[in-house]
Design a protein around this ligand. Structure first.
Ligand SMILES: [Cu+2]
Length: 472
């Protein structure tokens, strides 16, 4: 390595990571600077004065920086791994080849421990995407998506998403995960309508371990610590929400205000709706416009009191207001994706149907439950084989007592039906399938190569709840 390369590398580390790190010796230096550098390394996150956590993050922080990219304009990304284990950076929601997508299952190359790798990718489609670790964690709660390895990527499509005075990126997170045998299931308000997929006889074996968490934040701060969101009456906020949890779906509200949902998973919805609260599954994004029309000091946060009081919230402060932050419970409501759609699709009708049944095998005290798709855990050898160019209908039948945020990599879904209620033209990459419920999506097989399908709850994915789609 030449001295000038060392200097260049060192300068890059200083500029991008904000840390005085020496360059990696024994690695071949990058010939020229990449458009983006992500350095994976240990970080501390100060949620508040009494919760300072040690985790793994990007460029010295967790969440990592908001990366802005231009739709269709190729970029280079250097990923530098300062940790002792192989890592994968997944670009959630992007339509990119499997070798760039960032999963071991699809054959993406790992970023080796204390090594680096350069990726060239063409960002798209436009909208709110995100990047995160796709490493397996299994029984290690300091790996994969339990760590602070997550951040927003905003892909700019060149057209204005609407008039607004402030743009905010808010990632919902839980921290300090632990195993528990008595998980209080709080994400059941996806249930909407009849329990279409409830089996006649239930498996009543004792449940195994699930994952819970102790503390929460929006971005890197717990409610009440860090800076409030400062607003003025009459302003319009554009808020990009991301549920970056490895564990739970969430419902959130901004007390005293309504939110107009304009996009889901980064894609504009045909019928924006103005609501008291929104529901975001793990991995999902929602873009909302909020009119600042109720001066005061308010809490934006989880509708679950224990979660909010353990950090999942942020204060919204109008100029000139000085009272205590206020919370108001929103009216109880069931989440219904279908209201954001239209009656008729403008895409071709699906030509083939893929049926999937999700089941859980409870494993009892001290063990991990196993998750099945069509009767078996991962891998499924050649069960989901796509013909290029064909339009598919995917029917997801959830025969478990949990709501699962299901995600298909590298493809765009059009939501067709949830629990028997039809809709069209809602484009998503992740969908929460209600407990004992059913979701139906259509998609075109236009991304050759392996594509991973999985539950976005890390533990469910690690213990069987995933499958590969391949092309014939
Ligand atoms: Cu799941």
């Amino acid at each position: 390595m030449k001295r000038r390369d060392l200097l260049k590398l060192s300068g890059m580390a200083l500029a991008q990571a904000g840390a005085t790190r020496l360059p990696l010796l024994g690695q071949s230096p990058a010939e020229n600077k990449a458009d983006y550098t992500l350095r994976i390394s240990p970080v501390t996150v100060e949620l508040d004065r009494s919760h300072i956590l040690s985790t793994i993050g990007y460029n010295g922080t967790a969440p990592g920086p908001v990366l802005r990219m231009r739709e269709g304009k190729p970029v280079s990304v250097d990923v530098i791994n300062d940790t002792d284990t192989p890592e994968f950076v997944h670009w959630h929601g992007m339509l990119i080849p499997p070798e760039l997508d960032g999963t071991e299952e699809e054959g993406s190359p790992a970023v080796p421990p204390h090594g680096r790798r350069r990726f060239q990718l063409t960002p798209g489609p436009a909208g709110s995407r995100w990047y995160h670790s796709h490493a397996m964690a299994m029984d290690n709660l300091h790996k994969g998506s339990y760590t602070g390895q997550f951040g927003f990527v905003y892909v700019d499509g060149g057209h204005d998403p609407g008039q607004y005075d402030q743009e905010l990126f808010l990632a919902l997170r839980d921290w300090e995960p632990y195993f528990t045998a008595t998980m209080e299931d709080t994400d059941d308000d996806t249930h909407n309508g009849p329990l279409l997929e409830k089996p006649a006889t239930l498996n009543t074996d004792p449940d195994g371990l699930e994952v819970g968490s102790m503390t929460y934040s929006i971005n890197d701060k717990a409610l009440g610590s860090g800076e409030p969101i400062r607003v003025r009456e009459g302003q319009r906020l554009l808020i990009h929400f991301l549920n970056a949890s490895a564990i739970e779906n969430r419902r959130i509200t901004l007390a005293g205000h309504k939110m107009q949902v304009i996009a889901m998973d980064g894609n504009p919805v045909p019928s924006p709706q103005t609501l008291d609260s929104i529901f975001i599954g793990a991995g999902e994004r929602i873009d909302a416009i909020v009119e600042m029309n109720h001066p005061g000091i308010w809490i934006l946060g989880s509708t679950e009191k224990p979660v909010r009081e353990s950090g999942l919230g942020v204060i919204v402060e109008y100029a000139g207001q000085h009272q205590q932050p206020q919370w108001i419970d929103p009216p109880k409501a069931l989440w219904d994706y279908t209201i954001f759609g239209t009656a008729a699709s403008n895409s071709p009708a699906p030509q083939q149907t893929i049926e999937m049944i999700f089941e859980k095998i409870p494993r009892g005290t001290g063990k991990f439950n196993v998750w099945l798709i069509n009767g078996k855990p991962y891998p499924h050898e050649r069960e989901f084989v796509l013909q290029q160019g064909m339009r598919y209908r995917l029917v997801m039948r959830n025969r478990t007592d949990d709501a699962h945020p299901m995600h298909l990599h590298r493809h765009m879904w059009e939501l067709a039906e949830v629990n028997g209620k039809k809709t069209a033209r809602i484009l998503k990459d992740t969908i929460v399938v209600p407990y004992y419920g059913r979701a139906i999506v259509d998609f075109t097989a236009n991304q050759p190569g392996l594509s991973l399908f999985h539950c976005h709850i890390q533990q469910h994915m690690d213990y069987g709840f995933k499958a590969l789609f391949r092309y014939a």
